[in-house]
Design a protein around this ligand. Structure first.
Ligand code: SAH
Length: 355
């Protein structure tokens, strides 16, 4: 079967040429899909013969809204999408003065195992296809009647653990015939998969790289983030410094402050040392409490920010949107899984669309 939504106009043209259709049909179909066409019959300028051929050979099932929550505080909307095979993922639409941003998922679940994160509790079900990432942007925008100017790959999943599909998604979303969203309007967040960071550096993409740091020392970071046992703090920062040298792009470091765990004075100092020689930005995030996890938000947000600033590190306390709707990573999917049981059983039932 052809996964039409994961294909570039050129790839579509090639596939259609093989069916004896003229090449320009590729661009036509790409444009229909980029506008959110839901069935072949929507594609009115395609000859009936091609539509019939595609009916048997192509898939492009749009995601279904399994749940939707609208924040009464700031208009943030959170979507739980059910994909064609019953797996569910989340996206969040955030409204900022500079435009609308969609935060999308890159995998159904996650295998990185971070101690504070809801998305990883039941492990990874599967990678998302490029088309499934694109659909989250497209159908969020259509449902909310909100043009999207920025994308963040910061939802469920680890984008660098699904890098080929993420790169293809970036190409698709970038296309002028499609959503035409420029690389500078896209951010990608990683827990620190060093080979992926190095591959991105080689490609010199103009996107913004966010690194989820959460601790500047191996002892704390390995406890919070198992990925640190494979790529330790020094290896990670070597890759970050090289990334900056290669791309000239300033990296953002995410840091969720956790009471008594990563909010000590010496840790602020250590962050500053690690960042020496590289312009960077530290985003201090209030820890979102996840019921399965026994970690508490730090009470030292402002103090920690001042400690960093005093050492020459640009740091901001992230304004939290959607505080009334579980709008942080993986929480909505998790709730849906809880409603239908726990762990494996819950994963199975959510795949059946039982939410
Ligand atoms: N896998 C990628 C992207 C998804 S997570 C990554 O690790 O960066 C998006 C961000 O939310 C990451 O910075 C992650 O560490 C953070 N996060 C996850 N759970 C959180 C929680 N309970 N409170 C605050 N931030 C959290």
């Amino acid at each position: 079967m052809l996964d039409l939504k994961s294909m570039t106009p050129e790839e579509l043209s090639d596939a259609f040429a093989a069916m004896g259709e003229p090449a320009f049909r590729g661009k036509q179909v790409f444009q229909w899909l980029s506008r959110g066409a839901q069935s072949l019959d929507d594609m009115t300028n395609l000859p009936k013969s091609l539509r019939e051929k595609l009916r048997d050979t192509a898939v492009f099932t749009p995601p279904r809204i399994a749940r939707k929550q609208v924040s009464q505080l700031d208009g943030t909307i959170k979507y739980l999408w059910e994909l064609a095979d019953g797996n569910c993922v989340e996206s969040v639409l955030m409204r900022y003065h500079h435009g609308n941003t969609v935060c999308i998922s890159s995998q159904a679940g996650c295998r990185m195992g971070c101690a504070f994160c809801a998305s990883t509790i039941a492990g990874k079900a599967r990678d998302l296809t490029p088309g499934e990432m694109l659909d989250q942007v497209l159908f969020t925008s259509l449902d909310a009647a909100a043009p999207v100017s920025n994308i963040v790959l910061m939802g469920i999943g680890e984008p660098l653990d699904n890098l080929d599909n993420v790169l293809k998604f970036l190409e698709l979303v970038n296309r002028p015939e499609g959503l035409n969203i420029g690389m500078r309007h896209i951010s990608l967040s990683t827990c620190g998969l060093v080979p992926g960071i190095r591959r991105l550096a080689e490609l010199r993409l103009q996107l913004t790289l966010s690194v989820s740091l959460h601790a500047p020392d191996d002892e704390t970071r390995s406890k919070l983030m198992p990925v640190n046992r494979a790529y330790d703090v020094e290896t990670l920062f070597d890759a970050c410094h090289d990334y900056f040298r290669e791309t000239g792009r300033r990296i953002s470091f995410e840091y969720a402050l956790i009471d008594g765990v990563n909010d000590h004075d010496w840790q602020a100092e250590r962050i500053a040392e690690r960042l020496r020689g590289m312009p960077a930005h530290v985003n201090l995030i209030p820890l979102n409490r996840v019921s399965e996890r026994d970690l508490r938000p730090s009470r030292r947000m402002d103090e920690f920010q001042r400690l960093l600033e005093r050492r020459g590190v640009t740091a901001t306390v992230r304004r939290s949107l959607g505080g009334d709707i579980d709008a942080s990573c993986g929480q909505l999917r998790r709730r849906a899984m809880e409603r239908s049981g726990h762990g494996e059983a819950a994963e199975r039932s959510i795949r059946r669309g039982d939410v």
